[in-house]
Design a protein around this ligand. Structure first.
Ligand SMILES: NC(=O)c1ccc[n+]([C@@H]2O[C@H](COP(=O)([O-])OP(=O)(O)OC[C@H]3O[C@@H](n4cnc5c(N)ncnc54)[C@H](OP(=O)(O)O)[C@@H]3O)[C@@H](O)[C@H]2O)c1
Length: 250
């Protein structure tokens, strides 16, 4: 069957300032969607907005901190006011602050849980009334291989991505009657700045050494997976896409 067009669909993308979110914004805008760029770094949002518009795409930049409900609410209200609809939410903002549990810096845990869990459920909460009213919508979550396979040194990151998977399955069942789709994107190792933010230096060294031995995925590889999921016909809900680099074992 022919793929569904996403021309003029309104897509909110969190974590659009770099990596997977930025690449997905470019790919979906190229496919005709109106992309709402959400993230904290304003200058990056502005640059991406300018790039997309220069290429003939449509975008709106809304500085947003997903760890703050008021910021999320303000972003979603701005989208509703400007476009009157929300077709897709790509809940992608995240941090991966690896390190052992013993003597961990608990502010790392607060950031991970605040961003990867609260950020994701708050964005979901904020868009759902509009999608329910429309009787259509699609919520795409960036989970991870770390939502399926736990590793020493990754326990709290695992906790957050496991949480995303459990939340999304419960949500999927609740949303069937509203004809709203849900998709989990579960990447393995992707070459982005995610690892640069790790504060526990031995963990940072370890993951960077490992990354040097693998042909990593590129953000565009994940963006293409998102495009695949959101361009399926209405009766098809791609629930999960798990993508590892060919060289990644665990
Ligand atoms: N790279 C990998 O190997 C990999 C593998 C599996 C899953 N993932 C997941 O993929 C997602 C994207 O990560 P990435 O690899 O593309 O890394 P990245 O380049 O570091 O992107 C992370 C994005 O999240 C945003 N973000 C962080 N905290 C935020 C906050 N409080 N409010 C709003 N936005 C926030 C960042 O924007 P600002 O700093 O500008 O706010 C940035 O745009 C994450 O959920 C990550 O867990 C990545």
């Amino acid at each position: 069957m022919a793929k569904k067009s996403i021309k003029d669909k309104v897509v909110i993308i969190t974590g659009a300032t770099s990596g997977i979110g930025e690449a997905t914004a470019r790919v979906l805008a190229q496919a005709g969607a109106i992309v709402v760029l959400a993230g904290r770094r304003r200058e990056r949002l502005e640059k991406l907005l300018a790039d997309i518009e220069k290429s003939g795409g449509q975008a709106l930049a809304v500085p947003t901190d997903v760890t703050k409900y008021d910021s999320v609410r303000g972003m979603v209200d701005a989208v509703q006011q400007k476009y009157g609809k929300i077709d897709i939410l790509f809940n992608n903002a995240g941090v991966m602050l690896l390190g052992p549990v013993i003597n961990a810096d608990i502010t790392d845990w607060q950031r991970m849980i605040g961003t990867n869990l609260y950020g994701l459920i708050w964005c979901t909460h904020a868009v759902l009334p509009q999608m329910v009213k429309q009787g259509s919508g699609h919520i795409v979550q960036t989970s991870s291989v770390a939502g399926r396979t736990a590793k020493e040194g990754s326990a709290v990151y695992n906790l957050t991505k496991w949480g995303v998977n459990g939340f999304t399955e419960g949500l999927r069942q609740e949303l069937v009657e509203h004809k709203i789709r849900t998709t989990l994107i579960e990447p393995g190792l992707v070459a982005t700045e995610l690892r640069d933010h790790i504060t526990h230096q031995p963990s940072k060294r370890q993951v960077n050494e490992w990354a040097g031995t693998v042909r990593q995925l590129q953000s565009e590889d994940i963006a293409e997976a998102v495009l695949y999921a959101v361009t399926q016909p209405d009766h098809v809900d791609v629930n999960e896409i798990l993508i590892r680099p060919t060289d990644q074992q665990g």
